[in-house]
Design a protein around this ligand. Structure first.
Ligand SMILES: Nc1nc2c(ncn2[C@@H]2O[C@H](COP(=O)(O)OP(=O)(O)OP(=O)(O)O)[C@@H](O)[C@H]2O)c(=O)[nH]1
Length: 350
């Protein structure tokens, strides 16, 4: 650039940004936006809307959890043991879980002793980073194209949002052009099959159901036969969330699981446990219980929008080592989102 032109550019730059030295800033800007393709442009246009919805969905957790952290750390010029003690209390009450809280505080203490936490802002940033690390238990996404039909067994106690999650998943897969069949394996409650049929009509997919009180294994058997005969891409199987006893429930789930594998080797390809975030520590107990009885391979965490207990995400990721595949942030069909740890932490702390 000619010197004269450079001067003009510098002046303009300062006017726009208030920054004296464009040379220092320009390389970073170039790095940040290497060649935007058309699809990047499209993503950028779509992203703010989706991100904003996620932010809104997490507003209760952000206001209580991150709000408390901000009140504790912002403006603090020095971090000491008392600050970390107060932080520990906030983490515990935010349903992050005792084990994860202890780990986080230990890490922060170490970083404090290495002089890495100079002030409140540094503490906030480090906490965000450490929470992200614990959410990021890398697991490959559900590989629905790896089998045909790909069978998803959905488990969880009543009322957690199982049927709604199945409906939202069916809608999403159908939109992607996949043929989906639903099997109403909860024969204990008549309303469960009816609810599933309503979703089937809404989404435009077949529902296999039997009468109330029928053997769920028979429903699953028919579901698999129908999925194979009709060349479905995905079969989603609902299961009971409540029986006369907990032991009965677990035994039934084991039986349904066995029948699937017998009728279609490799099935179920995914056992998705649905948990209600608003139930806090109860969701943790359910995760423990189902993990022991069923081969849980993924979690859908619903109702994050209605609760301040969003910290439960960290407890689940860190303590169970079962990937959270989806999060529910509203009742709408588009409110079941892929769980993206980076986006989640950003939406929480921003
Ligand atoms: N706000 C909000 N509500 C949700 C979400 N997911 C499900 N719900 C609502 O939670 C309620 C219970 O959902 P269901 O799908 O009926 O729950 P279920 O686990 O199938 O319950 P049963 O059919 O009784 O076993 C419904 O009113 C849903 O609309 C979510 O992510 N956010």
């Amino acid at each position: 650039m000619a010197e004269e032109g450079k001067g003009f550019f510098k002046g303009l730059w300062k006017k726009i940004t208030g920054d004296e030295n464009p040379e220092e800033v320009t390389p970073a800007l170039e790095e940040a936006a290497p060649a935007l393709s058309d699809s990047d442009e499209a993503t950028r246009e779509r992203k703010p809307g989706l991100f904003e919805r996620l932010r809104q969905g997490l507003s209760k957790t952000r206001d209580s959890f991150v709000g408390k952290i901000d009140r504790l750390v912002l403006g603090k010029k020095e971090i000491d043991a008392d600050t970390l003690e107060e932080l520990e209390e906030i983490l515990i009450t935010a349903d992050i879980g005792v084990q994860t809280t202890v780990e986080l505080i230990r890490t922060l203490e170490e970083r404090l002793s290495r002089n890495e936490l100079k002030d409140g802002a540094a503490l906030r940033e480090t906490l965000k980073e450490e929470i992200f690390k614990r959410l990021n238990n890398a697991a490959p996404p559900m590989a629905v194209d790896s089998a045909s039909p790909f069978v998803i067994m959905v488990i969880g106690v009543n009322g957690v949002g199982k049927t709604t999650t199945i409906g939202k998943l069916a809608a999403r897969f159908s939109r992607e052009g996949k043929k989906v069949i639903l099997a109403a394996g909860d024969t204990f409650r008549a309303a469960a099959a009816e609810q599933l049929e309503i979703w089937g009509e809404r989404v435009g997919c077949d529902v296999v159901r039997h009468k109330e009180g029928a053997d769920p294994s028979a429903v699953v058997y028919d579901g698999i036969k129908a999925a194979v005969a009709r060349k479905a891409d995905i079969l989603i199987v609902d299961t009971a969330g409540r029986l006369h006893t907990k032991v009965n429930l677990m035994e039934e789930l084991k039986k349904v699981y066995r029948i699937m594998g017998r009728e279609l080797p490799g099935a179920p390809h995914e056992t998705l446990l649905v948990l209600d975030a608003a139930t806090g520590q109860n969701a943790i107990s359910q995760a423990k219980l189902f993990k022991e009885a069923a081969h849980v391979t993924g979690i859908a965490l619903t109702k994050l929008d209605g609760t301040a207990k969003g910290g439960i995400v960290a407890a689940i990721c860190n303590e169970f080592r079962i990937p959270i595949r989806y999060i529910g942030v509203g009742e709408g069909v588009d409110d079941l989102r892929d769980f993206d740890p980076a986006e989640f932490v950003e939406a929480l702390f921003q």
